[in-house]
Design a protein around this ligand. Structure first.
Ligand code: KG4
Ligand code: ZN
Length: 336
């Protein structure tokens, strides 16, 4: 059987990434140029700054990805690219680069949904088996997605306000941490205790939706009240309390969803899936409550935004004959 090697491009937010992927499961290269440092002083991603960086980086990333993989353009069978959801200007850079490359080497263009990409990152650990449930937790999304079969996505629950990663980043700002602060809060949380008992929103409600803005407000109030009283709070305990609240809700609702839907696998993906506390707690809960379900979390470097996951999803799309023409446009609010 002939190898199918794809070039994949991701530029939806603040990482410019290009990968070369064989048969949807083998990473030949995965170049990730992070712009995080340029956005740090603004405390969040500035869309215009992101677009400019993508323009500067994309050509080199494509060259590096091909060189590292040891693949010539004529050894490729397609170009996969993220077309949404994400920042419109940022997406357009990746799409334009993908079109130019596909046109000049006479290759088919494969449109990929960024969130589907996050799920397909699990394919590098173990082949996906359906039906499956995916917990997608990133800076822009928090949702439970039920996949009855390949290519079928049903959002059964999602956040009503902030995404989990967004809550981490906002709380981090209050603590004076640099953006993005998820990783640092995770580390601090392991040194502290849940002494503040922040609310667990929607835990008792009979649905799979989430809400993190109340938790964020409660956290901010606690810090501000202490400041006014000149009281010293423990940053470690604040981090531990915040993280305990986020994890309690995510784990509880995910397990409940998996009990209601018949599934073979549970996949956790997105930037927040890198959270050590969440990985440990969910692993434990699945072992205890869902012994017949296989829990898959991609390795850390494949949890955040990267093009390898886009290549994995593009392979599936190409197998189904889903291609795009040169009219392909960015879709910033693309859903499933
Ligand atoms: O998927 P991603 O790289 O970009 C988006 O598509 O949003 O996710 C980035 C988010 C940020 O909000 C960041 O703070 C969060 O993932 N994050 C974490 C951890 N590492 C990254 N949140 C909690 N714990 C972590 N260890
Ligand atoms: Zn993402």
């Amino acid at each position: 059987k002939e190898r199918k090697i794809l070039l994949a491009i991701e530029s939806s937010c603040d990482e410019t990434s290009v990968a070369v992927i064989e048969d949807g499961r083998k990473i030949l290269s995965n170049i990730v140029a992070s712009q995080v440092k340029s956005h740090q002083r603004f405390g969040g991603v500035v869309p215009e700054v992101a677009s400019r960086h993508h323009v500067e980086e994309i050509t080199m990333c494509i060259e590096d990805a091909l060189v590292e993989a040891g693949i010539e353009p004529n050894g490729l069978s397609g170009v996969g690219v993220t077309y949404g959801p994400g920042l419109v200007g940022a997406l357009l850079i990746g799409i334009s680069a993908a079109k130019a490359f596909a046109w000049s080497h006479d290759l088919p263009l494969i449109p990929v949904n960024h969130m589907a990409g996050h799920i397909y990152a699990a394919n590098f650990v173990e082949p996906l088996q359906f039906p499956l449930m995916a917990l997608l937790v990133s800076g822009g999304h928090t949702e439970l997605v039920y996949m009855k079969e390949t290519g079928s996505f049903e959002i059964i629950g999602e956040t009503r306000d902030d995404a989990a990663g967004e809550a981490y980043d906002k709380v981090g700002r209050v603590l004076g941490l640099s953006y993005p602060s998820g990783k640092e809060i995770d580390e601090l949380a392991h040194l502290g205790q849940d002494t503040y008992h922040f609310p667990r929103a929607m835990l008792k409600e009979d649905n799979y939706d989430f809400s993190f803005s109340g938790l964020k407000s409660s956290f901010i109030n606690t810090v501000h009240n202490a400041e006014q009283r000149d009281e010293q709070l423990s940053t470690k305990d604040l981090a531990a309390s915040f993280q305990a609240s986020v994890i309690d809700v995510l784990v509880d609702k995910t397990i409940r969803a998996c009990q209601e839907y018949p599934i073979k696998q549970l996949v956790m993906a997105g930037g927040v899936a890198a959270n050590r506390g969440l990985r440990d707690r969910l692993t434990e809960a699945v072992k205890k409550e869902l012994p017949e379900v296989t829990f898959i979390v991609p390795p850390l470097r494949l949890c955040g935004d990267n093009a390898a996951m886009i290549g994995a999803a593009a392979f599936v799309e190409a197998e189904k004959g889903h291609f795009a023409d040169y009219h392909l446009n960015a879709d910033p609010s693309l859903s499933f």
